[in-house]
Design a protein around this ligand. Structure first.
Ligand code: ATP
Ligand code: MG
Length: 436
């Protein structure tokens, strides 16, 4: 037990973490360009926030939440999704009094008690954006366009964007009646979960993963055919906007989304390369959520994008993520005087932005070289009594084995100059690629 992480959780090891940095940095950078500001909310919230916000007919609230009572007898839940907490913070901090719309982003861990499998964990991570304060379909197109540009910017080409409208409470109520009437003769064959959904939220039955239910809902009436005028116009506007932006999509009337709070726009980006859990990004509009949670009647739209699934897709597509250089220089030392000098040199180098390392296990010089090799040091500097007395050391390029003699005082400026030169070369390489 002690040495096993809880089921459905994963360590992100130092050898892998650069991939996470890469996609997170790309996301933050994109948020900057699209002018979204980060918001950080607590990892846990009052349980009622999710019960009300996410909707009490959802899988999440019915059976997936990590809920516990704290010592003050409050019911607390680890956040299963990102939107409700942002809404709570927006209302509590009266951010609606600022200039609107409000544009937020987050990068968070989420917790859901699910059956772990590839692309489905109990602790997973989401990057998401939200726009509050406008019901204009420009916002929906912006959110979808952001996801599309971000994903293709990472080199992911073959995702399918599926969009749908799931109407508003007005037209949905009417549609639910029609859907119940369609399902009534098949009621006994539905799975137990769907029997429960029949009264409360029959639309969720369309989304059931059970093959029996999937068969039963074939030929069911579609929400799209029952939209009220307002929702129909909104969906047409959305398509016009996506067309104008040159974003390809397919209209998939089967998209329902797992959360109760959605209205009008619902969308998913789906990959067929990573098995059953192919939805990497899902989102939509939620025009009544802010009000339901106790705020003013302000509409919203956003998406959540699973980082684990994103990395699976990139791996499946063979997109390699550049591994950062581990180490610029290893300082090998012989003797106590050299050790003390090396310690000071290492600190100065690090403070100048150079990645420097020394041995701290008392390895002999051969052992230190091996260690430098294992760390993939670009350069090695060897310092002993001789070097200190004669004020000359050689900087060895580990790749070419080329050696450059310099004085002790020149070590830092030489390595710094080398670093600047490499930086410039990389920049001009980037420039060439960009300008092609
Ligand atoms: P699913 O269809 O897999 O159940 P969902 O509709 O529950 O997804 P959302 O609540 O919309 O998912 O979450 C947005 C994104 O978060 C998903 O598209 C997916 O990439 C990711 N995600 C959701 N649940 C998990 C999980 N248990 N493990 C890993 N990633 C997940
Ligand atoms: Mg789910």
């Amino acid at each position: 037990m002690l040495t096993n992480a809880p089921k459905g959780t994963k360590d992100i090891l130092p050898s892998q973490v650069y991939k996470w940095h890469y996609v997170e940095n790309a996301f933050r950078e994109a948020c900057g360009r699209y002018v979204f500001k980060e918001i950080r909310t607590p990892v846990f919230e009052h349980t009622e926030l999710f019960a009300r916000g996410v909707g009490d007919t959802t899988d999440i609230v019915e059976k997936q939440m990590y809920t516990f009572e704290d010592y003050g007898k409050r019911s607390i839940t680890l956040k299963p999704e990102g939107t409700s907490p942002v809404v709570r913070a927006f209302v509590e901090n009266k951010l609606y009094a600022d200039i609107q719309p409000s544009k937020f982003y987050y990068v968070i861990p989420c917790f859901r008690y699910e059956k772990p499998q590839s692309g489905r964990l109990r602790e997973f991570h989401q990057m998401g954006i939200e726009i509050f304060g406008t019901d204009n379909m420009m916002a929906d197109a912006e959110v979808i366009g952001f996801a599309s540009d971000f994903l293709s910017g990472l080199g992911i080409q073959d995702l399918e964007l599926r969009i749908n409208s799931i109407g508003c409470p007005k037209c949905r109520e009417n549609y639910r009646k029609v859907l119940r009437a369609f399902l009534a003769p098949k009621y006994d064959e539905l799975c137990d979960t769907c029997k429960g959904r029949y009264e409360k939220n029959p639309m969720r039955i369309l989304d059931c993963k059970s093959p029996v239910c999937q068969e039963l809902v074939k030929g069911a009436p579609l929400m799209l055919d029952y939209l009220c005028d307002e929702c129909k116009t909104a969906f047409d506007d959305l398509k016009t906007n996506l067309d104008a932006m040159g974003i390809n999509y397919i209209v998939d009337p089967g998209i329902v989304r797992g959360l109760d709070y959605y209205t009008k726009t619902a969308f998913e980006f789906v990959s067929d390369k990573i098995g059953a859990q192919g939805t990497v990004c899902g989102g939509g509009r939620y025009d009544h959520l802010i009000e339901q949670i106790g705020g003013p009647p302000i509409p919203g739209v956003g998406f959540g994008l699973g980082i684990e699934r994103l990395l699976l897709i990139m791996e499946a597509a063979g997109i390699s993520i550049p591994e950062p250089e581990n180490l610029d220089v290893f300082i090998a030392v012989m003797g106590e005087r050299a050790r003390v000098f090396g310690l000071k040199l290492m600190r100065d180098l690090r403070n100048q932005g150079i990645k420097a390392e020394m041995d701290s296990l008392g390895r002999n010089i051969k052992g230190q070289f091996k260690y430098a090799d294992r760390l993939h040091a670009k350069y090695t500097v060897v310092i002993g009594d001789n070097e200190l007395d004669q004020n000359i050391v050689s900087i060895k390029n580990m790749e070419t084995s080329e050696q450059k003699p310099v004085s002790l005082q020149e070590i830092l400026p030489t390595l710094k100059a080398q670093q600047n030169q490499e930086l410039q070369q990389n920049q001009s390489a980037d420039f060439t690629v960009d300008s092609l």
